[in-house]
Design a protein around this ligand. Sequence first.
Ligand code: AAT
Length: 291
Amino acid sequence: EKERVLYFNNPMWPGEAHSLKVEKTLFKGKSEFQEVLVFESASYGKVLVLDGIVQLTEKDECAYQEMIAHLPLCSIKSPRNVLVVGGGDGGVLREISRHSSVELIDICEIDKMVIDVSKKFFPYLAIGFEDPRVNLHVGDAVEFLRNTPEGKYDAIIVDSSDPVGPAQELVEKPFFATIARALRPGGVLCNMAESMWLHTHLIQDMISICRETFSSVHYAWASVPTYPSGVIGFLLCSTKGPPVDFKHPVNPIEKLEGALQHQRELRFYNSEMHEAAFALPSFVRREVSYL
Ligand code: AAT
């Protein structure tokens, strides 16, 4: 029988494709916002694809979700109010729920189909929605943040898709301004920030916007094999107020772990990975500091 392989091509990574062998297609749908696909792959477990871009696989989702959640939450003492932008699969909620200091977790995801599909096919991610501290808002995060009271959150995590389609506005200056407004003084933002191998200009633009908007801005990265070029970056920013030393976690996860009865142990994040994530290759250092 003919082997089925899916090739992921996109103008975001011109001249190359990544591919996964398909065992079985599980879901194909078109929401108001994007095309949604779930398939069983031969080597990475189930895969969620939006508009032809891999959002997560069961095998390596731990790297992305753990890092995007714990890099900001372990950088401040006792985070209480947290907002997630995007993240409709629930994986980031699952990670935030490890933090017992957290009292409120708001999430604003634009596409209900992503949530429904995750509940059906990715129960280990969607379990994040079961935390009673979670409040789900289905809508555009741009609108949501415009109406958020000033200083409401200790941390905001932007787990959004690439800036083509519904996430376009999420890399623009007015959006970052509303994020900064919604954070308390000394609050933190962690924003998905693409690949240092592929998206230099996009990263530079985001950094220069954030430098105008926040009082500190840092770039961190982690290995995620199924994201284009195998890495993903994070932009960590803090608002004016008590300074945040992102590179040295003040709320180490090791302390939390003992206190938690979580479904599964951390697979990727620990305090050493946290500190290492801010070490940048020389070419990235130069690109980031030229601004
Ligand atoms: N944790 C999985 C990784 C993601 S999911 C990104 C989510 O952001 C999607 O569910 C998408 O529907 C949602 N989203 C996009 N635009 C908006 C918006 N304007 N408001 C609210 N939610 C939005 C990201 C993977 C990154 C892949 C890197 N190549």
